[in-house]
Design a protein around this ligand. Structure first.
Ligand code: C2O
Ligand code: CU
Ligand code: CU
Length: 495
């Protein structure tokens, strides 16, 4: 089969006139020629459920415990058991790990799968041998004790498997969980907590007629990434959240393999962004929609105060431009019903945390990573269609060598590219300096610390980072997990 990504067709005759993207900015960035799609990458249209099933909250564990990768059953759709992978029995998602900053994580991982596996702590800074490097795997029947000090800002990180070439399948089949770190600075803010602090892990799955979970990407789905028609929150399809008329803190994770969400509220109310991948922003940002790529998080406050009991609305994903086989449809993610009046009148503090900007002048190097992939993908190759600097992942090759404690600027250059790539660097948090081309600005959720940044077609994004003290081999990759397994991943070594 020949793939020619230069031969695009326009999805519709008119395109989308204007979209609202992040920061409350209204940007007319779509035109006929913008709204392109791969001829072989058809969008997977979302099919909404009845929104009658209550949103479940994953169980919470502390710094010590066990995570056992296993085959189990889970009701993605009520009344129908689906065979999935879980880190605990009867669940598609692992427990939420919730611990104070400075704790030592002491987690026994057991692999009861018939394939190799491991755990990567996405967003956390760990010693190299604790990071879940693709070659650092635990064989079937084996176990490993993940043990390291969690010395991080308060934020929602997450964990998932990372074995070379089979990460996408294992994550898709259910292996993932949230990882919350808390610190004193954050608790002083009095943010909505307890039942008013709600993790929302958003994922799409492809269910067959018998409710079995299908993971069988065809070649064009390696191009677009694998998408499903069923959108799940916390492991269930089309859930319902009953809320009080007050402020809630939603901690959102896009845990999908490839699907990007442009989240907003169906009544058009703004969302207050308080944090991103690596914790709280300096100051809250108001946004109408949040474009969140795979691997990214958004920490938001939604204020339902003043809503009458009985009010119904939805968390929706709106259309967006540049997504190739994505963004063509608006769909509902979760129904929200105000069922109880509350007198709580929380207001978000104007100052949330201190973020010292990393100075570009302090950078000892600038490295550019071309992710445009405009020179590959022709001639019927069955893998390696997605590359970084025209290279595919090679476990025996170190691509970049950096010095612990130094600061560098990394440039993810998709300026000639036609596909979105959420770019992720292991074991550190970076700051987004700027975005040129495409959307052309830094969004509300990108104004704090990040470990994953969405680089849409024609965009070039510059990030700045200081390498932590841990030496050894780490990776950077596209968090579209089909792209990642296809080879869109490099190794960097910290000396
Ligand atoms: Cu969540 Cu290497 O990634
Ligand atoms: Cu990661
Ligand atoms: Cu990609």
């Amino acid at each position: 089969m020949k793939i020619d990504r230069r031969n695009f067709i326009s999805l519709s005759g008119k395109g989308v006139a204007a979209l609202t993207l992040g920061g409350g900015l209204v940007t007319a960035l779509s035109s006929c020629k913008d709204h392109i799609m791969n001829p072989e990458g058809m969008p997977v249209i979302v099919a909404e459920g009845p929104f009658t099933r209550l949103l479940p909250i994953p169980p919470v564990i502390g710094s010590q415990g066990a995570l056992t990768a296993q085959y189990t059953n889970h009701e993605i759709v009520a009344g129908h058991a689906t065979r999935v992978l879980g880190y605990q029995a009867d669940s598609i998602l692992g427990p939420t790990i919730d611990l104070p900053a400075g704790s030592t994580l002491d987690m026994v991982f057991q692999n009861k799968l018939s394939d190799r596996s491991n755990i990567h702590w996405h967003g956390l800074t760990t010693p190299a041998n604790m990071d879940g490097h693709p070659e650092d795997v635990i064989q079937p029947g084996g176990s490993f004790n993940y043990n390291f000090v969690v010395d991080q800002r308060s934020a929602m990180y997450w964990y998932h498997p990372h074995p070379g070439h089979i990460t996408a399948r294992q994550a898709y089949m259910g292996l993932a969980g949230a990882f919350i770190v808390r610190d004193a600075t954050e608790s002083m803010l009095g943010l909505p907590s307890g039942e008013f602090e709600v993790p929302l892990i958003i994922q799409d799955k492809r269910l067959l007629a018998d409710y079995s979970l299908d993971y069988s990407p065809q070649m064009h789905e390696v191009m677009t990434g694998y998408m499903g028609a069923s959108v799940l929150v916390n492991g269930v399809h089309s859930p319902l959240a009953n809320v009080e008329s007050r402020s809630y803190r939603f901690r959102i994770l896009n845990g999908s393999n490839a699907r990007i969400y442009n989240l907003g509220l169906s009544n058009g109310a703004p969302i207050t962004v308080i944090g991103s991948d690596g914790g709280l922003l300096e100051a809250p940002q108001s946004a109408d929609t949040l474009l969140i790529g795979p691997g990214e998080r958004a920490d938001v406050i939604v204020d339902f105060s003043g809503y009458a009991v009985g009010t119904e609305l939805h968390l929706v994903s709106r259309q967006f431009a540049g997504g190739v086989a994505q963004g063509v449809q608006e769909f509902k993610v979760m129904k929200i019903v105000v069922t109880q009046a509350s007198t709580d009148s929380y207001t978000v503090p104007g100052s949330l945390s201190a973020i010292v900007p990393l100075a570009e002048a302090s950078a000892v190097a600038t490295r550019t990573f071309s992710i445009s992939n405009d020179d590959v993908g022709h001639g019927g190759m069955m893998n390696g269609m997605h590359r970084i600097n025209n290279k595919i992942y090679d476990k025996d090759r170190i691509d970049e060598v950096v010095q612990a404690g130094t600061t560098e600027v990394w440039v993810f250059d998709n300026s000639k590219g036609t596909e979105p790539h959420p770019m992720h660097v292991h074991s550190l948090q970076f700051q987004v300096l700027d975005r040129t081309g495409g959307r052309g600005f830094v969004t509300a959720t990108e104004k704090g610390w990040k470990d994953t940044v969405l680089v849409m077609p024609r965009e070039k994004v510059r990030v700045i980072m200081t390498f932590p003290r841990h030496k050894g081999n780490f990776i950077l990759h596209c968090h579209n997990l089909e792209h990642e397994d296809d080879g869109m991943m490099l190794q960097y070594r910290v000396d």
